[in-house]
Write a protein that binds this ligand. Structure first.
Ligand SMILES: O=P(O)(O)OC[C@H]1O[C@](O)(CO)[C@@H](O)[C@@H]1O
Length: 478
């Protein structure tokens, strides 16, 4: 039996949310009163019912992912075992929900200098790259770094129509076919997309590319636990079964009926009450380099899910809370001044780690210089944890809402828990806000204008509208 199946291990790996510093009793008048939580009991109950109903009627298929992917996992592991022998580099072509999760997991679970390690030290797995932009320099520099003949490209797009990803695919397909011939080129492309919808599926079928499916009911930013995240993770040796086991463990915790014991719901409730008080910003501040990109992944989830103009009744609400990414302790020296003394417009979430995977001790030198000597003999984990606690305390003294989410250790199990926790918290906050957390109509405007300017058929009216927009006023250009 794998260690992560053991109940003792699971109990030890339980995430903890300490929200004392969100409460008025601790942080003072700008905090949340227990009575405020009690006062929204009916809203909480409605949100809980809505979560259950949506799950039952297929409105939240991402909640089934920890349980219904045994065959998918086997297929991925079999394919990854083959690809490991064939390729020296693995490149994800994707953007947003099709890129941020793979980056976050890679950063969390593999060596920070993974690509610089020898193949042997990488466990034989290929180097890992993500191309999630259409800055022309990006692909050119990538091509200068990898050998396409030894590279596997994973084209990932839920919609199969995202211009950025599809343009990268078109460039790479042509390049591979030119260099390797059509038949060999096809082995270098693996697609992750919807089973039926979009351009990518028929292309895969026609070209004979290997492909994996993103289930129809799982949206892009909720897709990290589908092959979107599982294939890249498996391709760098991450234990994807352990990851899904962690998500399942968190799912159990998020079914807890007592609201004060339900970590996912409570995260959503506290954020919702903070928003009601005008805390329009949520700062996600991991105290671990390995979790830095988790904050990036969270930012898309929180922003795209909750940033909505209309509520479920079609009324204008302009909901949402701006996610800000910060890294402890690095950003203590750039952002914390603002968090401590600036406006009361934000809540800060510290993401801490109990046990770092490595340790380093500061030598006992310069004892004669008191302002340096006190460090001697201490370790960096002591220093980072103390600084985190000190910053929490400083913000508490400043009356600034903050809470601390602690990960006992960074491993595949706890990362499964963390991803799933943030998804539940986001969905729950969406229910409380009475908005649709699963669509993103606001990104269509920019996409449509791009299509129109590129002369895409069907966008002639948008082009006309764009062409008739007012000329820029020279007075306002310096
Ligand atoms: O996976 P796709 O369909 O290419 O979409 C990429 C990203 O683009 C968005 O649709 C926003 O434009 C995100 O929601 C999504 O994660």
């Amino acid at each position: 039996m794998s260690a992560y199946m053991n109940e003792d291990f699971q109990e030890k790996m339980k995430l903890r949310l300490n929200f004392n510093n969100m409460m008025e009793a601790f942080v003072g008048e700008k905090g949340i009163q227990e009575e405020e939580i009690a006062a929204i009991a009916a809203e909480i109950e409605d949100a809980e019912k809505a979560m259950v109903a949506k799950r039952a009627n297929g409105g939240m298929d991402w909640r089934d992912l920890p349980y219904n992917q045994d065959q998918v996992v086997e297929d991925i592991l079999e394919y990854a075992a083959w690809a490991k022998e064939e390729f020296d580099a693995f490149v994800v072509l994707g953007i947003g929900g099709s890129a941020l999760g793979p980056i976050a997991l890679q950063q969390a679970l593999n060596h920070p200098y993974y690509n610089e390690l020898s193949k042997e030290k990488r466990g034989g797995w290929p180097k890992f790259y993500v191309a999630d932009n259409v800055d022309p320099e990006r692909l050119v520099y990538l091509f200068q770094t990898i050998d396409p003949a030894r590279t596997l490209f994973n084209v990932t797009s839920k919609s199969g129509g995202t211009s950025e990803t599809m343009s990268q695919f078109m460039i790479i397909k042509s390049m591979l076919e030119e260099q390797l011939g059509k038949e060999e080129a096809a082995k270098h492309i693996v697609c992750t997309t919807d089973a039926e919808k979009g351009n990518l599926r028929p292309i895969c079928d026609q070209e004979g590319y290997k492909s994996f499916v993103i289930p129809a009911g799982v949206g892009g930013r909720f897709s990290e636990l589908t092959p979107v995240g599982l294939l890249p993770a498996a391709m760098t040796g991450i234990d994807i079964k352990e990851l899904l086991a962690g998500a399942a463990f968190m799912d159990e915790q998020c079914k807890e009926e007592d609201t004060y014991r339900n970590i996912g719901h409570m995260y959503g409730i506290l954020s919702y009450l903070a928003m009601k008080q005008g805390k329009n910003i949520q700062v996600m501040m991991p105290y671990a380099d390995s979790l830095k990109y988790m904050a990036d992944w969270f930012a898309q989830l929180w922003a795209e899910s909750l940033g909505k103009k209309y509520n479920n009744d079609g009324q204008e609400v302009f909901a949402g809370q701006t996610p800000v990414k910060a890294l402890g302790v690095t950003d203590q020296h750039s952002q914390v001044q603002l968090y401590a003394e600036g406006p009361f417009d934000k809540m800060i979430v510290f993401l801490g780690v109990d046990q770092y995977r490595e340790e380093i001790v500061i030598p006992k030198i310069y004892g004669e210089i008191p302002s340096l000597g006190f460090l001697g003999g201490a370790s960096h984990s002591q220093l980072i944890q103390t600084e985190q606690m000190a910053t929490e305390y400083a913000l508490l003294k400043a009356g600034k809402m903050n809470m601390t989410l602690t990960v006992p250790q960074v491993n595949a199990f706890t990362m499964g828990e963390l991803l799933y926790l943030f998804e539940v918290a986001t969905a729950f906050a969406g229910e409380l806000l009475q908005i649709n957390a699963f669509d993103q109509p606001g990104v269509e405007g920019g996409k449509n204008a791009t299509y129109a300017m590129f002369g895409r058929p069907g966008y002639e009216d948008v082009k006309k509208e764009l062409d008739s927009r007012p000329e820029a006023d020279a007075r306002f250009i310096i």
